[in-house]
Design a protein around this ligand. Structure first.
Ligand SMILES: [Fe+2]
Length: 629
């Protein structure tokens, strides 16, 4: 009964990637990003649709909420913005004028406006909705990240490391969680920021800040770390404890609207790469160099966290925790035995963090670590499958409405049927169960294919994702088989750890290939028996799949293994370039029809591309709808 349980709504908004989350007596009932509903990538508006969905999933209304939490303190953030601009005026003045109106209108919102937005969730059509009158509580940005990392983790006690661009003032923090108690011990402050350093190189190498960081990480293996010394000599003064000072002469994010300054351009030999132009060895070397520096900082911060806490486990969150190459190194070379990373490590996860802080701190509730079927501790994220799901009846009603030819499969036959289709070389849109929370698709809203197929990587990049072809895809592997295929033997359910493909499966490049092939051409060389997911340095962004959190996906890969001997498939997010991952059957069908996906699986319904009618859109329609990322 709603009246007997305590419900908390967590909100993150007004920066990038808004999201909402609902807890029932501390348990995560639902969490989702606003972009999935509005179809605007990284939507930063108040998450009205995501919050409405979370309330619907919990079967409650606004009046049932015991409290609402906001993931940061807008006044502190505005103070930082204001002091920054005043401190560097008049150089900063022109950009303040440009950035000003947005801040005044949306970011410097008041408590009253927030209450009105929450009140409107009760009746979105009401002209003047009654404001929410319950408890509205604010946490600090890095505290929200830290809470999202520690509270759902499988650890009773753990060190906590948060790293991102910036929230209010902090850009990184070291904390400790013990039971229900969470404390921040140290923080690094703006403008010294690992996230912004990485973003500066993202900008300079011609990718989009706040989404292209992942591409820089993917480009790094092509390069040599030849700029590392230059970065340490001029840009980054790295201290022994992992804290550092950035030489602001080389950056422009404090005072201007670009990330890097003229001095940066001079140091690295020219202006930033123009987006969408050819990548050169220089961008590859820059990517490798900033990645090396990022890993150095992560490892040193982890050493400090270990020294401060003397604990065996560490939890990570904040945008930098999405750097799965760095995470993999931290696990292999760092001082901690155990590592857990919040899958929604970016600002979306702050909604979940603040809600949990309220549950444990404001309502003073104890924390009980979740356990799995085997009785061992496990995380409380439910595989991150916390978004909307659709019943068979809803899917069938949709298919009838659009007149799409389909076949309803016998549920028991689905795994083998789809495994056969994949083994023949077809690409499948796989829409199954509740949508993932966080930026990665984990087998609910995924495009999947045969990882052994040498053509799969190029086909998926060019014909489906319409994106640059320099990145291989991520593998989904049965948890119980991961050690047979990769140099790791631990859970990586959220695709946040990178590990090498098992050594005996690697195919070394020949001397001739090494001498004649350059840059991206190397990706076409067969480097293992699962080439579609093997990067040129033999690394892979591994997702382990467990029967407990996603039985349908696990059954599919199990069937694929019995058919082919290979328990590994390709998994990439179900979207085209620049599009938020699909949420509804409608989104999935549109993406299926716009691309060269061969088959679409919507729950038990199978659609073949060849059976569909003509699609009434020109080929460039998606490009007009979604801005390239
Ligand atoms: Fe953040």
């Amino acid at each position: 009964m709603p009246s007997q349980s305590k419900y908390i709504l967590g909100i993150s908004a007004y920066y990038h990637d808004s999201a909402a989350c609902v807890l029932r007596d501390g348990e995560i009932v639902a969490a989702a990003s606003e972009e999935r509903f509005t179809r605007k990538k990284g939507d930063a508006a108040f998450p009205a649709k995501a919050a409405a969905y979370c309330l619907r999933e919990a079967r409650i209304g606004v009046s049932d909420l015991a409290a609402v939490g906001f993931y940061d303190k807008p006044i502190l953030k505005f103070e930082r913005i204001l002091e920054t601009y005043l401190g560097v005026a008049p150089r900063g003045f022109s950009s303040f004028l440009k950035a000003g109106p947005l801040w005044v209108k949306e970011k410097l919102f008041t408590d009253r406006e927030m209450r009105t937005a929450i009140g409107a969730l009760a009746d979105p059509r009401a002209e003047s909705p009654a404001p929410f009158e319950g408890d509205l509580l604010y946490a600090e940005h890095h505290e929200s990240h830290a809470a999202s990392a520690f509270y759902p983790s499988p650890f009773e006690n753990a060190a906590i490391l948060t790293m991102d661009g910036v929230g209010e003032w902090a850009t990184a923090s070291i904390g400790v969680g013990r039971g229900a108690d969470l404390q921040i011990l140290k923080e690094l402050r703006w403008p010294n920021s690992l996230g912004l350093l990485y973003s500066a190189f993202t900008y300079y190498t011609g990718f989009k800040v706040n989404s292209g960081e992942y591409k820089v990480m993917g480009l790094a293996p092509y390069g040599e770390p030849r700029y590392v010394d230059l970065i340490y000599k001029h840009l980054v003064d790295l201290h022994e404890d992992g804290s550092f000072t950035l030489n602001q002469k080389y950056f422009n994010y404090v005072s201007g609207l670009t990330m890097t300054s003229e001095a940066f351009n001079d140091l690295f030999g020219g202006p930033p790469r123009v987006p969408e132009t050819d990548l050169t060895q220089k961008e590859m070397d820059l990517a490798r160099s900033v990645q090396v520096v990022c890993e150095d900082v992560m490892l040193r911060m982890a050493q400090t966290a270990k020294r401060e806490t003397q604990l065996d486990a560490v939890c990570l969150a904040g945008g930098v925790a999405l750097n799965c190459v760095g995470n993999g190194r931290l696990l292999r070379e760092g001082p901690f035995k155990d590592l857990w990373i919040q899958p929604a490590a970016g600002d979306a996860g702050g909604a979940l963090g603040v809600a949990q802080l309220i549950w444990h701190r404001h309502f003073n509730q104890p924390r009980v670590v979740a356990t799995g079927r085997d009785g061992r501790p496990r995380d409380a994220m439910k595989g991150a499958y916390l978004g909307p799901g659709f019943s068979d009846a809803e899917i069938e009603a949709f298919l009838k409405r659009v007149g799409a030819p389909y076949e309803k499969m016998d549920p028991k036959a689905i795994p083998f049927r789809i495994a056969e289709i994949m083994a023949e070389g077809s690409i499948v849109g796989w829409f199954n169960g509740r949508m993932e929370f966080g930026p990665r698709a984990l087998g609910s809203r995924s495009i999947i294919g045969d990882a052994r197929n040498p053509r799969m990587q190029a086909d998926m990049n060019i014909k489906i994702k319409f994106r640059e072809g320099f990145r291989p895809f991520a593998p989904s592997v049965l948890r119980e088989r991961v050690a047979d295929w990769f140099e790791m033997d631990c859970d990586s359910p959220y695709m946040l750890l990178v590990a090498p493909v098992k050594r005996e499966r690697q195919i070394p490049m020949t001397k001739e290939q090494n001498e004649t092939l350059w840059g991206i051409a190397k990706l076409n060389v067969l480097r293992s028996d699962i080439p579609a997911v093997t990067h040129i340095d033999y690394s892979a962004r591994v997702q382990t799949v467990s029967d407990e959190t996603n039985p349908a996906y696990h059954a599919l890969i199990t069937a694929f293994e019995s058919l082919t001997g290979c328990p590994v498939i390709v998994n990439t997010s179900f979207n085209v370039r620049g599009e938020p991952i699909v949420c509804t059957p409608d989104d999935a069908y549109r993406c299926f029809m716009r691309t060269h996906i061969d088959y679409l699986v919507l729950g038990p319904y199978l659609l073949s591309k060849t059976a569909q009618g003509a699609w009434n859109e020109d080929a460039g329609a998606w490009q007009r709808e979604f801005q390239l990322d």
